[in-house]
Design a protein around this ligand. Sequence first.
Ligand SMILES: [Zn+2]
Length: 462
Amino acid sequence: MRVHFHGAAGEVTGSLHEVEAAGRRVLLDCGMIQGSPEAERRNAEVFSFEPAALDALVISHAHIDHIGRVPLLVRRGFRAPIYAQQATADLMPIMLMDAASISEGDAERHNRYRRAGEPEAQPLFTREDVTAAMELVRPLPYDTRATILPGVDIAFREAGHILGSSSVELWADERKLVFSGDLGPKGTPILRDPADIDRADLVLMESTYGDRLHRDRAETIRELGDILDTAWRDGGNVLIPAFAVGRSQELLYWFARHWDEWQLSRWHIFLDSPMAAKVVSIYDRHADLFDEDAQRVWREKPNPFRLPNLHFTQSREESMAINRIERGAIVIAGSGMANAGRILHHFRHRLDRRQTHVVFVGYQAEGTLGRRLVDGAKWVRIHGRDVRVNAQRHTVGGLSAHTDQRGLMAWYGAIAGGDGTRHPPLALVHGEDRAREALAGEIGDTYGVQATLARPGVVLDV
Ligand SMILES: [Zn+2]
């Protein structure tokens, strides 16, 4: 068995690994590179392998940095089956259609204002490409070993990161490879904890927070309750930029769980994201994947997705109408880093008021509006207009969807080596160098294993 690293090998996006085994080629993930415009231009480059020569694609989860180049792969000749856990298979078209619409819109805008002689912009992929790709998807349940090619078996195991997120076990050539996918922290709301994997001959593990320890979650949740309380006393609105998958549903879950304690019945709560609303319906369909705590909340508390004062806003007009509410509204809207989406018009109307509370519940990348606000900007530019920022800003830091150094160490430490060795060889993917060097150091000290830092072009034999 041989592994080639093509993407998310020295960075956190663009997940793309290739396994050569049993005379076949299997791709693990085909994600989009995300970040600066220069970084994102790399998505359009030719693949470093022949898409038509692949025999299968296995998807770890529905985040765009793990699936975002699938339609492009298909457009360039890939015709083999795409395997994904059932909930992942349901989330994929929502995520990919959204990405296609954004890409088509960007290209159209560019071409409308293009100067004479400038080349015409093409979308990275279109909605038709997404439809073609989705026809190849074959859903599989968790914990079920399936033969996907002669001599190649796989199984999806819970990764506790987002709904449907999986670690992948792959057997071929009498060897077993384990790909972590993205691993969530233990106790992630709604989801079960990452499954324990018994053994492996080679492990590919993510390392996003390989150099960090997360804050205590209970403390974070208390903080969120306190912020809502202060905001109510101030007589303003609460604006929460959040990603459509995961964080939006998680917030509703916390609201249901602390319904009485936080006196939430006095608020109007808006999930102002048609995409997040679609994702809610996928959660409903896969309630069997929820953990015990969630099952209890669904039994004993108001249904998080049917809170009596929860409004799903669909049309643009409905979304704009929220701006007329002076006080008592909690608005959850995308995008999570406030670089696009409906949160922008809420910001434009409300950031100048001292009574407004903005709550950041996720990572804010360099160069985004969210980051500028977190860093204390007094003025920001939104939709071509300068907006004075008087709103109170809060960063609630403990809600990460990725586990920390301790969690990564524990997950890897529980896997036995295939040939009777205590720990299997390890390659670290999906992390920046600072994070994975720190993690590799800890793993060397604790387990005596020298981890490989995967880079594009690196090949590992096992
Ligand atoms: Zn992810």
